[in-house]
Write a protein that binds this ligand. Structure first.
Ligand code: NDP
Ligand code: MG
Length: 388
């Protein structure tokens, strides 16, 4: 029996993981599930999976969670400290699928306890890559990528020498606005930005796909996770979302990872790693698909990509600035306070402001990440009010 914990169990990635685990329950001892507002789903899944503990991050949701779990013998808890405490419970494998920088602390705590961490929460790597991977190393723990592109790169590297890698190509569908005239992008609405051509994901990451902030995050993740310099990492528009990434080697070979756009593949690979086990994902009929297409990304359409290059080059805490400003700008876009293209203006202005203060150059410690996140949100808020 493998002891497992799922952080962000009620979300899109969390539910895909539960779909896999629920098919094979006799193999797992589910220790804790965490969620947020969706306590109905959290409680139902805790019962279905026989978890010991269910935690909502919101103290105001505690009573409801406790009521839903009454008589089940499952412990209820609430708040971010309770999530960190859940992360300290010994398990063999944990999924980090909380959205946003709130995923960082539970991941760090799990790694401090030697847990193998399957990492979907990209904000952890973007804001605190050296801290996260340094913690894993110090405690002999393993971090496995779950973001599909990084899982693809990881799989393409099995048995290879990283020194033979010349380039890493991550693909992008181009998002909801890939065929819009660039001049029209400023008018894009929340509803238009919230639908993805190929992937079914949480709302925030779907909007980030339309703006390519998601791909920008993934560029930074690639640099942090695989320790490759920014000059070796490329983005390629690939509308079909069937090739998730390619690794180019010094003999000219490209190893591509091809599969259906279904997060259960990357989650399942991390769940069963280092083995491969059968997964309930579609098998591709390439003759039917016929052709795969590739295009270079248009810098004017996707200004987030240039911001990612800047962050990768600046390093240190600029990832924390970038992520906080992006999260704040996304909140403002969702609240209809700013337009779609204003999101990259807010992030750019926040990076300028924080770099003129020299704040992003400090060491990547948890305290510095939290303080940088706090300050960057304030500066991003100022940039938002100047635009509004
Ligand atoms: P969702 O928004 O669908 O789910 C987020 C989860 O986190 C939910 O369980 C939510 O609870 C919980 N949550 C929300 N806020 C907090 C908080 N402050 N503290 C603790 N828990 C919180 O997100 P996704 O599943 O789409 O994404 C999760 C992570 O994985 C993100 O970092 C995303 O970028 C990354 N990712 C997602 C992919 C996808 O296909 N969706 C692909 C690759 C990476 P509740 O819903 O109950 O409020
Ligand atoms: Mg991805």
């Amino acid at each position: 029996m493998r002891r497992i914990t799922l952080f962000g169990a009620t979300g899109s990635v969390g539910q895909s993981a539960i779909d896999l685990i629920a098919r094979d329950l006799s193999h797992y001892d589910v220790v804790a599930l965490t969620g947020g507002r969706n306590v109905t789903r959290l409680a139902a899944d805790a019962v279905r999976l026989g978890a010991d503990l269910a935690v909502t991050c919101y103290p105001e949701c505690y009573e409801e969670l406790k009521r839903l779990l009454a008589g089940s013998g499952i412990e209820a808890a609430a708040g971010s400290d309770a999530i960190a405490e859940a992360a300290a419970r010994p398990v063999d494998w944990a999924l980090s699928a909380i959205v946003g920088v709130a995923g960082l602390v539970p991941g760090l705590v799990a790694l401090q306890h030697g847990t193998t961490l399957a990492l979907a929460n990209k904000e952890s790597l973007v804001t605190a890559g050296p801290l996260l991977l340094g913690t894993a190393k110090a405690h002999g723990a393993t971090v496995l990528p779950v973001d599909s592109e990084h899982s693809a790169v990881f799989q393409a590297l099995v048995g290879e020498d990283i020194a033979a890698v010349e380039r890493v190509i991550i693909t992008a569908s181009g998002g909801a606005f890939r065929d819009w005239p660039v001049e029209k992008l400023a008018t894009a609405t929340l509803a238009q930005a919230s639908s993805h051509p190929n992937w079914d994901m949480g709302q925030r990451i779907t909007i980030d796909s339309a703006s390519m902030f998601n791909k920008a995050m993934e560029l930074i993740e690639t640099k942090e996770f695989f320790h490759v310099p920014p000059s070796m990492i490329e983005v390629l528009i690939h509308r079909e979302s069937l090739i998730h990434a390619m690794v180019g080697f010094n003999d000219g070979a490209l190893m591509a990872h091809v599969g259906p756009p279904d997060m259960r593949h990357a989650i399942g690979y991390a769940l069963h790693w280092p083995q491969r086990k059968s997964l309930p994902v579609a098998r591709l009929d390439l003759a039917k698909i016929g052709a795969l297409t590739f295009e270079a990304p248009d810098a004017a359409r996707y200004p987030a990509l240039a911001l990612a290059t800047r962050v990768m080059e600046e390093g240190a805490l600029s990832g924390a600035v970038f992520n906080a400003a992006k999260e704040r700008a996304l909140d403002a876009f969702i609240a209809a306070e700013i337009g779609f293209l204003d999101m990259s203006r807010v992030v750019s202005a926040t990076l300028d402001k924080m770099s003129s203060n020299g704040l992003q150059n400090a060491q990547v410690t948890l305290d510095n990440v939290i303080e940088t996140d706090r300050l960057a949100r304030i500066h991003a808020g100022e940039a938002i009010s100047q635009l509004g």
